[in-house]
Design a protein around this ligand. Structure first.
Ligand code: PPS
Length: 390
């Protein structure tokens, strides 16, 4: 990485640095008026960086938007000594003045969005911004689908040393009550993580929420989204099975699958579990906010039968060096699933995963498959991928 042009700026002074989505690196010495600031850019390839603006912020206008989720700094950098003038950045509010997400624009030129806080800091020879463990907002979220294998995917990613996962479903973006608790509350739900780890949470209810895509986008437009899908008919039966077991445990009445899924010989659209299987309808909302490149679709059936391959693809999407491999799994014949292994532990998912499904009448299965077919094809076109359940 080339040295900056002659100035009082030294690499050791960098307090924060961020890799932008376009591969640029932005480094700050200070955001305070009157103090030095540095803005740097590098191209995708390492080592051909070019410092384009340096030191001498003279004004910082600080704005906060009405819901308190974002702050905006308008920064004037005097022209000269390598600087190119005005810069605006947006940052999500964080305790201790930390910045989680930055979008940069300089003289009207969009420079990109921070997508991750990466191990590349180290590769760049920069000191880590913070030392020790702390809670960080997620860099990636498993958004669904419910009963798709979201827990398995989260636990499998957690075998990677570069990943820290939130144990519980957080329900921040789909639940107004939680959302009103603010971003600091959300961050508190995250695990402690090392600066070089990325945090991942999973809440399958996000996928079907009408408001979650926009809220996530506003928190971090560079967010990486993981969506794990399975045959919508299988998913529906799995959803029914879970609710059935919960109701039995609570001593509540239950009805056969056929009675809730079918009304007057047609698929019952009022049954919420049917609606949750309309992947195209839900994905539409996400793609109005996020580009396709920010979404990685995991094949839930493949995750059951060949977990290393699916996890490897997810690692790649997350920019993680490959780590989880065949040695990370063993097949448990009594469970009928792969279980997880690291250097010290072997572990299967809880008994609530992989419960036997009730037998479903053939004509009902046929009705459901016919009903989902068109939606499935639309979903395949949207993601540019096909699955076995056409
Ligand atoms: N390795 C492994 N072990 C156990 N279970 C596995 C595994 N991989 C995927 N699955 C499938 O995960 C399904 C449950 O999906 P979710 O975790 O998304 O369910 S939930 O929405 O969080 O309730 C669950 O669905 P059901 O079989 O219908 O219970 C499993 O099929």
């Amino acid at each position: 990485f080339p040295a900056p042009p002659a100035s009082n700026f030294a690499k050791e002074d960098v307090k924060e640095s961020w890799i932008l989505g376009n591969g640029s690196l932005v480094s700050w010495i200070s955001k305070d008026p009157g103090e030095s600031a540095a803005w740097s850019e590098r191209r995708q390839e390492m080592g051909i960086g070019e410092w384009i603006a340096l030191k001498g912020i003279d004004t910082v206008e600080h704005l906060e938007n009405s819901d308190g989720l974002w702050e905006e700094n308008k920064i004037n950098i005097p022209k000269g000594s390598g600087s190119t003038g005005k810069m605006t950045n947006w940052a999500s509010l964080q305790p201790e003045g930390d910045i989680t997400s930055v979008q940069g624009r300089e003289d009207g030129m969009e420079l990109g969005t921070v997508t991750r806080k990466t191990v590349e800091d180290a590769a760049m020879g920069l000191e880590p911004r913070t030392e020790g463990l702390r809670r960080n907002l997620p860099a990636a979220i498993i958004i669904g689908v419910r009963k798709g294998g979201t827990r398995a995917l989260l636990e499998m990613l957690n075998l990677h040393p570069g990943v820290a996962v939130a144990d519980n479903e957080v329900h921040f973006f789909d639940d107004d009550h939680n959302f009103a608790r603010g971003l600091n509350w959300y961050r508190e739900q995250m695990p402690m993580s090392h600066p070089k780890q990325i945090t991942v949470e999973k809440t399958p209810a996000y996928f079907t929420s009408s408001i979650a895509p926009e809220r996530i986008y506003r928190m971090d437009p560079g967010m990486r989204l993981l969506l794990i899908v399975r045959d919508p008919t299988e998913r529906l039966i799995s959803d029914y099975t879970q609710v059935f077991h919960n109701r039995v445990a609570q001593g509540k009445a239950t009805a056969p699958f056929e009675d809730v899924a079918i009304r007057e010989s047609r698929v019952n659209l009022e049954y919420r579990a049917v609606h949750r299987s309309l992947y195209d309808e839900h994905l539409k909302r996400w793609l109005t906010f996020f580009p396709r490149s920010h979404l990685h679709v995991v094949d839930g059936e493949q995750l059951v039968h060949n977990p290393p391959a699916e996890v490897a693809a997810a690692e790649q999407f997350l920019g993680l060096p490959s780590h989880v491999g065949p040695d990370s799994f063993y097949f448990n014949t009594s469970r009928g699933f792969f279980c997880l292994r690291n250097t010290t532990h072997e572990r299967c998912l809880s008994e609530s995963k992989g419960r036997p499904h009730p037998p479903v009448r053939w004509d009902v299965l046929q009705l459901l498959r016919d009903f989902f077919r068109e939606h499935n094809h639309r979903f395949f076109r949207m993601v540019g991928q096909t699955f076995d359940w056409a």
